[in-house]
Design a protein around this ligand. Structure first.
Ligand code: ADP
Length: 535
């Protein structure tokens, strides 16, 4: 027997309706290239979204057309986040940092023939346009800077002006696709993930849970995540459903601390690299940024030393999350339990550096091979597998394969982890990064974590390189603090030897000024390996 409850569809349009009807006086703030802040409220946002929906539809869109965006974190991108799904089309935010070849491949695979382009990316776009020949390109011009072929673009403001301010969404089936994102390609070629209205709506509800992102109407939220990286971790939707204000940093990452002060940001989100970069200024302007009470960090392991500075020195709560493009992206989030209140500060920090527990709606398990489910004892290491209404069931344009999905329908994350008896996940390594030496495994993440707490180390990365005798051996690549000891290599070896068996100690220690990063700010191990192997 079916129940007798209404089956109203969960759509992206519902989120915007709620924001505009209930929180219409709340604002979106965008930092413009000229340093000024553009502001309007959610009522205006909905009006402009409706105009954009009508304008885009008039280009002759078919349902399910994939419409690309090559745009930074601006109010126009936010408008596209709503307007494109509202007309039954699929927004495809392109990673502006990918190589021209990768972009070309992705755009061809997604069959994008309409694109919205930020004028600051016009040069990169010109190359893509030569290869692809988009049917329509619409220019978002926040700078008025001179660009080539300006006449070949439709102009965003003209495009939407005079269009009807009403648009009632026709989306009845919540399982329709609404967005396409590609993985950032840290460990291989980017793969496409097609989100549905339902999956994004449910992800939004789940992350707004108090113990997840916990956004409330009184928050001011700034995603320091590019809007092409897993839909800015779903924050534009979560912020608006909660009635909080949204702050978008445009392209100007140098002004982040000013922006926090000027808009009173209470919650911000970004990868660890972003926080490392801004930390010195945040410390020196500690009293000016006292509205900021929480940061959400993910994408790679947040070093324990960084968590300590944020929590103890700045009084800012760190919520360490683990996720994947394949999970929209949130899978687990780390907060202390009530039972941890009596723990020592050191024990608490150790827990906070874990990736945390599955958020409501996410199921996790640890597998050894295809048959053996491993216990949650904090010791057994296996592949983390996941299931949820916001987890992908097959990659875009490909049949699900056993490489990525199990026969009983779980996603193989490719991450090795332990889970403790309280359900806290600790990522040990990516399966592709784990070093196999003489038949034994060495976790690069554990070595990096240990190195990074040494006071003479600013940043540490461990990579595996081929070795005739052992198969693979670790090499540590390190950014040192100033005034380090002459015999630093011996000191670091001893530091590691206190924690790990001898065969884990890297064969070489290489000192560099900077660690290369990927297009989304993660450590680019592939680039480091290439550099080491050719040096
Ligand atoms: P890519 O795999 O190309 O980097 P994603 O941005 O989707 O694409 O990254 C997902 C992966 O990032 C996860 O499978 C995991 O390896 C890593 N990751 C995400 N969050 C964390 C975290 N908090 N700690 C450690 N690794 C993380």
């Amino acid at each position: 027997m079916f129940g007798s409850m209404m089956n109203t569809p969960m759509t992206i349009g519902q989120i915007l309706d709620h924001a505009s009807n209930i929180h219409g006086d709340k604002h979106v703030h965008t930092l413009l290239p000229n340093g000024k802040i553009h502001r309007y409220n959610y009522t205006t946002l909905q009006r402009r979204v409706n105009q954009l929906s009508n304008a885009t539809k008039s280009l002759g869109i078919n349902p399910s057309d994939r419409i690309a965006t090559f745009v930074s974190n601006t109010f126009q991108h936010l408008e596209l986040y709503y307007a494109i799904p509202n007309i039954g089309a699929i927004i495809h935010p392109l990673n502006v940092q990918l190589s021209p070849k990768q972009l070309e491949k992705i755009v061809k695979e997604a069959e994008n023939n309409i694109i919205f382009v930020d004028n600051i990316y016009a040069d990169q776009f010109a190359h893509l346009q030569n290869e692809i020949g988009f049917r329509h390109a619409i220019l978002i011009d926040n700078t008025n800077q001179k660009i080539n072929n300006k006449d070949s673009f439709l102009k965003y403001e003209q495009f939407i002006s005079e269009k009807d301010c009403d648009y009632s969404t026709g989306i009845q089936d919540e399982n329709c696709a609404m967005a396409l994102c590609y993985t950032s390609g840290t460990n291989g070629e980017p793969k496409g993930v097609l989100y549905t209205h339902r999956s994004m709506y449910l992800h939004t509800m789940a992350v707004n849970h108090a113990d997840v992102f916990g956004l409330t109407e009184s928050d001011v939220v700034m995603p320091l995540v590019p809007m092409y990286h897993v839909m800015a971790w779903g924050l534009p939707y979560a912020t608006m459903l909660s009635g909080a204000e949204l702050v978008l940093h445009g392209t100007n990452r140098e002004q982040i601390v000013n922006l926090i002060c000027e808009t009173g940001v209470t919650v911000a989100a970004g990868v660890p690299t972003v926080w490392k970069k801004h930390l010195p200024e945040m410390i020196s302007r500690k009293h000016e940024i006292n509205t900021l009470n929480k940061i959400i960090v993910g994408g790679e392991t947040m070093p324990i030393s960084l968590i300590e500075v944020f929590e103890k020195e700045l009084g800012i709560e760190v919520r360490h999350a683990w996720g994947m493009t394949e999970m929209s992206p949130t899978g687990t989030l780390c907060r202390l339990r009530k039972a941890h209140e009596k723990h020592s500060d050191e024990e608490k920090l150790k827990i906070k550096a874990m990736q945390g527990r599955p958020i409501p709606g996410v199921q996790i398990r640890l597998m050894n091979g295809t048959q053996n489910i491993l216990p949650w004892n904090g010791i057994s290491v296996g592949e983390l597998q996941v299931r949820s209404p916001w987890t992908v069931s097959s990659y875009y344009n490909t049949e699900p394969s056993l490489e990525h999905f199990t026969e009983d329908g779980w996603l193989r994350t490719g991450d090795l982890a332990t889970i403790n008896s309280e359900g806290y996940v600790q990522i040990v390594d990516r399966m592709k990064s784990l070093i196999r030496s003489g038949g034994e495994s060495i976790s690069t993440v554990q070595l990096e974590t240990c190195l990074s707490i040494h006071p003479q180390v600013i940043e540490a990365v461990v990579i595996g390189v081929p070795n005739d005798q052992w198969g693979e051996r670790p090499i540590a690549v390190i950014v040192l603090a100033n005034n380090t000891d002459e015999n630093i290599t011996e000191i670091l070896k001893q530091h590691l030897a206190n924690e790990f068996p001898n065969f884990w100690i890297p064969d070489r220690f290489v000192y560099v000024d900077e660690i290369p990063k990927t297009s989304v700010g993660k450590t680019d191990k592939q680039a480091i390996i290439r550099r080491i192997l050719t040096s």
